[in-house]
Write a protein that binds this ligand. Structure first.
Ligand SMILES: Nc1ncnc2c1ncn2[C@@H]1O[C@H](COP(=O)(O)OP(=O)(O)OP(=O)(O)O)[C@@H](O)[C@H]1O
Length: 263
């Protein structure tokens, strides 16, 4: 059974096929990148995977379990987390509180309330202590200790993106969807984010599915790359294979020489 398999996925907006028979597999614990020009269908594919859109046809399976037709919350509980292009954090809340929001999928009692209302020795209190411990482990893994008690709204952009990654990881995903995690970052922040993405794979064993426009990043960190154009897969393979694919440069950047475009 494949870890993650998409088969014959199609999605229409009026007469436009945003996804047209898309199929691929992501191996467990790998970094899999999706590239393609504007309008290729990348975001639509992510939206179908995490249940924001319901595809017209096709299937999306994680460890054999069908995701299509399920609500985003149910899909998150099944092990698929996501970060967005724009930062979607609660800016007035601290780093720890934002990570605890990621843990709420696992909580039997209400968020925060249990521990405050019934004391740390109650079931709810013990549960909160456990979740705080898990969140603290992530803070350490992502080297966010200096920012732990600070409202995230005042933190530098690169750190906020790291917090967002942490909140998605707090859901203990098997697969994490990262939508342009390096967008708007300076060179140092990009290097840092690449390091963190590698950590997700190596330390946590989660598979990473990445949309990224920066080819240097894609070629550096990906185990496999899928190229899409006009809602269809154009090529798939290792970074080297994709770079050498005759159709890729023309389809992706409208140029003839792949070496010029994807180096
Ligand atoms: N909600 C929508 N309603 C109508 N058309 C849409 C909608 N969302 C996307 N589309 C269209 O579907 C196609 C695929 O769009 P999508 O946003 O998935 O592409 P993309 O590869 O993510 O592009 P970008 O790199 O610009 O984010 C485009 O032609 C787009 O205009």
């Amino acid at each position: 059974m494949a870890f993650f398999r998409v088969e014959k996925l199609s999605m229409w907006f009026g007469g436009l096929a945003a996804l047209d028979g898309v199929g691929f597999e992501i191996p467990p614990g790998s970094i899999f990148s999706l590239i393609g020009p504007n309008g290729a269908g990348k975001t639509t594919l992510f939206n179908c995977i995490n249940g924001i859109y319901k595809p017209a046809s096709g299937s999306i399976r994680l460890n054999g379990r069908e995701l299509t037709g399920k609500k985003p919350h149910a899909i998150a509980q099944m092990g698929v987390a996501r970060t967005f292009q724009n930062i979607e954090l609660f800016s007035q809340m601290t780093l720890m509180e934002n990570l605890m929001l990621g843990r709420h999928l696992f909580m039997k009692t209400g968020l925060f309330r249990g521990g405050f209302m019934w004391g740390r020795k109650s079931f709810a209190g013990r549960e909160e202590v456990l979740h705080r411990k898990k969140a603290a482990e992530l803070i350490e893994l992502l080297e966010l200790q200096p920012y732990r008690g600070r409202p995230v709204g005042g933190l530098p952009y690169g750190i906020q993106k790291r917090v967002e990654l942490g909140r998605a990881l707090a859901m203990e995903p098997k697969l994490i969807l990262l939508d342009e995690p390096c967008a708007g970052m300076n060179a140092e922040e990009r290097r840092d984010m690449i390091l963190r993405i590698k950590t997700v794979k190596e330390a946590l064993g989660a598979a990473v599915f990445l949309i990224e426009h920066d080819m240097a990043i894609v070629m550096d960190i990906s185990d496999q790359v899928l190229v899409m154009n006009f809602g269809k897969p154009v090529a798939q393979g290792t970074p080297g294979q994709v770079q050498a694919h005759p159709e890729v440069a023309a389809a992706y950047l409208g140029e003839d020489d792949p070496d010029d475009c994807l180096a």
